[in-house]
Design a binder for this molecule. Structure first.
Ligand SMILES: C[S@@+](CC[C@H](N)C(=O)[O-])C[C@H]1O[C@@H](n2cnc3c(N)ncnc32)[C@H](O)[C@@H]1O
Length: 229
């Protein structure tokens, strides 16, 4: 499978590639996150600060944040998104966290492609930013804004964690190439990005150094950057 065929509802687009379940309290659950949350948590544990404040961009159902905040109790997690339905689920996860002792906060509205992220700038600096499965399911401006935002909002030495499918210097796994074509048919501004040719130049410009690339199941990568001084 290429990437995680997810509910890619964003900014008025509701293209459900996967059925999502909603619990009675409004928390939504996605089968792809049930599959990928453990490998993502393992990569996170090896590469990210396990204490401090993490801003998640494009939090979707909110499950990644809840899983990581439960596992790494030194983290406090701030959800964000631009999609109302996703934010409802994140709100429900925050409510669940209040009852169960998870340090979940937000959601705040962050459009990654915007020049500034007012709700988030007010809370900066962050020890980490986390963004899963967004840069290929949004116009490239969202990737540009994400890297700039990480440069602005991370503390010195703070880390950015990206997760999803990528091409690497012109080489793309056949399943990711098919996925990318499928995405482009849905929206010509979407598509799997090239880590080396498209994302690394943005990182350099934003004052972010590439720390690690972790191979993940299903031809995904976790890519970790740190903010230099
Ligand atoms: C495929 S979902 C991924 C959700 C979650 N991160 C995950 O891994 O399951 C894509 C998410 O990107 C969000 N998104 C799309 N464009 C965005 C933008 N410009 N700024 C912030 N979030 C955006 C959508 O609202 C949606 O929550």
């Amino acid at each position: 499978m290429a990437g995680d065929r997810d509910d890619i509802g964003s900014a008025g687009k509701s293209v459900a590639l996967e059925h999502r379940n909603t619990g009675e309290d409004g928390r939504r659950f996605s089968p792809s996150i049930t599959r990928n949350r453990e490998p993502v948590a393992e990569a996170f544990e090896q590469t990210m600060p396990l204490h401090g404040r993490i801003l998640e961009i494009a939090s979707g159902t909110g499950e990644h944040g809840a899983y990581l905040a439960e596992r790494f109790t030194g983290l406090s997690w701030v959800y964000s998104d631009i999609d109302g339905i996703s934010m409802e689920s994140q709100r429900a996860w925050v409510g669940y966290g209040t009852k169960t002792g998870l340090k979940l906060d937000g959601p705040i509205i962050v459009d990654a492609s915007a020049d500034t992220w007012p709700g988030a700038e007010a809370l900066a600096p962050f020890d980490g930013l986390f963004c899963a499965n967004m840069v290929h399911i949004a116009p490239f401006e969202a990737a540009i804004g994400l890297m700039k935002g990480a440069g602005r909002l991370l503390s010195t030495g703070g880390k950015l964690f990206l997760y999803g499918p990528f091409a690497r210097d012109g080489v793309i796994a056949p399943s990711n190439a098919r996925f990318s074509e499928d995405l482009k048919r849905r929206d010509s501004s979407w598509g799997v990005r090239d880590l080396h040719r498209e994302i690394l130049p943005l990182a350099l410009e934003a004052g972010l150094a590439l720390d690690q690339v972790v191979e993940m199941p299903a031809n995904n990568l976790s890519v970790i950057f740190s903010r230099s001084g």
